[in-house]
Design a protein around this ligand. Structure first.
Ligand code: NDP
Ligand code: 2IT
Length: 451
């Protein structure tokens, strides 16, 4: 089969799922040389099988709002691959959630989880529920209604969800409480749990911290570091907050943060004190990033139009860029702006934030580019560490977990570079991460037979 044959095969089965096709196209373009080298993988149709979810569950979620009106949402769990461990991946609550978005996320998760070196399969789930503007009680009732159905499809050895966009510590608490009530079981069925009831230290910080550890390894690889570097960060949620924090720890300067309405630029840098303001604003008061510029007069706020042909955040001059909000938030035009301004590195905190045209432009212009499945893997890796602690019935210290996270990111960096080199694309983290992740899953599937 040619690359086009593979693309046609997947397209014919998923014609109306653009995000899923985008994620699959990137992987097949990267791993085709592996299939050329391994006739046994081709014969077993391993790649084709990876693109078909093992199971896709879609369900109705009914709940009652504060006005007593019945609301109907759609819930999903995509159990994509259990080749190397139980299905593992987050839950996303956002109005844009649909089958295509969750299949792309579940597909990415297969390779990301393989890269972590832990026994984690790939999955993803969520709902088109919009948490914005909902009361605390509505969030709780929705989580309970959602888990009312999801509980019958998951358990701590089969499928272990966690958070993603719109699902943080608060939602995991409500989901866990509901699961425990429905099943009579106190187990590690979810990760990202609170400290004191099964959660792991550093899980909250892990995606953002891991992202910046990974970026630091990329800089070290060219004899440089993040120290003194000006950084653009998009988003202001979980991943962004801890990316900004770790950039600060390593001596860099983050100057932007955003939400779906707009972004702030603070040329003097987001300090720890200002970051605490963002954390309180976003995690407790559920406010908008605009308030940052009201509070800190040196900062400027600019609105973003979601339908514009570029995002002005990526026009700000900086050394490094960390997209940490959502898919396709950095397009070709944005990459032109980044390159023109001399950006040296773009590492993805979000999943698939850069469009394929954007990625090609960055790589062709010598910008170091890290795909999310490598650079944001610290979150799920630490979820894996939470699962291990739950199985063992123990808690590790902050230092123990952070050291392990550091080692995992270092290893992902090494194996991605090694695979890229072996397949004739030295320095190409995208090709390397896809190949290293694919090989691990492929060998497991090969060993387990046609099942
Ligand atoms: P949060 O819900 O905590 O934060 C999401 C942030 O992104 C918010 O600032 C949000 O703004 C913004 N955002 C969301 N959707 C859009 C949109 N369509 N356009 C513009 N801005 C948007 O989510 P996380 O920080 O957990 O997740 C961010 C990204 O990181 C996602 O791609 C997720 O898949 C990925 N990721 C998350 C991991 C985790 O452990 N949480 C692990 C690995 C990857 P607003 O408030 O206006 O919605
Ligand atoms: O995209 C991701 O890796 C996550 N949202 C985290 C998944 C997890 O199971 O911790």
């Amino acid at each position: 089969m040619t690359i086009q044959d593979y693309l046609d095969f997947v397209k014919s089965r998923n014609a109306h799922e653009p995000e899923f096709l985008q994620a699959v196209d990137e992987v097949i373009l990267s791993i085709y040389p592996v299939l050329e080298r391994h006739a046994e993988f081709r014969k077993l149709k391993l790649f084709e099988r990876m693109t078909e979810p093992e199971r896709l569950i879609s369900f109705r979620v009914n709940w009652m709002d504060d006005q007593g009106e019945v609301q109907i949402n759609r819930g999903y769990r995509v159990q994509m691959s259990s080749a190397i461990g139980p299905y593992k991946g987050g839950l996303r609550f956002h109005p844009s959630v649909n089958q295509s978005v969750l299949k792309f996320l579940a597909f990415e998760q297969i390779f990301k989880n393989a890269l972590t070196g832990e026994p984690l399969g790939g999955g993803k789930g969520g709902s088109d529920f919009d948490p914005k503007g909902k009361s605390e009680n509505e969030i709780m009732r929705f989580c309970q209604a959602f888990m009312g159905e999801l509980a019958r499809h998951i358990d701590h050895r089969t499928d272990v969800p966690a958070g993603d966009i719109g699902v943080g510590g608060r939602e995991i608490g409500y989901l866990f409480g509901a699961y425990k009530k429905f099943t009579k079981e106190f187990s590690g069925v979810l990760t990202g749990k609170g400290i004191g009831w099964g959660g792991s230290l550093i899980r909250t910080e892990a995606t953002g911290y891991g992202l910046v550890y990974f970026a630091e390894y990329m800089m070290q690889n060219i004899g440089s570091s993040l120290k003194g570097k000006t950084c653009l960060v998009s988003g202001s949620g979980n991943v962004s907050q801890y990316a900004i924090e770790k950039i600060l720890h390593l001596g860099g300067k983050a100057i932007t943060a955003s939400d779906s309405n707009g972004f702030i630029v603070d040329e003097s840098g987001i300090t720890q004190e200002k970051l605490e303001f963002i954390k309180d604003l976003k995690n407790n008061r559920r406010g908008r990033i605009k308030e940052y510029a009201d509070k800190y007069k040196g900062a400027v706020y600019q609105e973003i139009s979601l339908t514009a042909d570029h995002n002005p955040l990526w026009k700000i001059k900086a050394d490094c860029a960390f997209p940490c909000a959502t898919q396709n938030e950095v397009n070709e035009k944005d990459c032109h702006h980044l390159i023109k301004n001399g950006v040296k590195l773009l590492a993805e905190g979000a999943n698939m934030p850069t469009t394929p045209e954007g990625i090609n432009l960055l790589i062709d212009n010598g910008v170091m580019y890290a795909p999310g499945k490598a650079s944001n893997a610290g979150g799920v890796a630490t979820s894996g560490l939470e699962m291990t602690q739950n199985y063992m019935g123990t808690y590790w210290t902050q230092k123990e977990v952070d050291d392990k996270l550091h080692q995992i990111m270092k290893k992902i960096h090494e194996i991605s570079l090694a695979a890229a080199k072996e397949y004739g694309k030295p320095g190409n983290y995208m090709v390397g991460a896809n190949i290293a992740g694919f090989l691990k899953v492929a060998r497991a599937m090969q060993a387990q037979g046609v099942i």
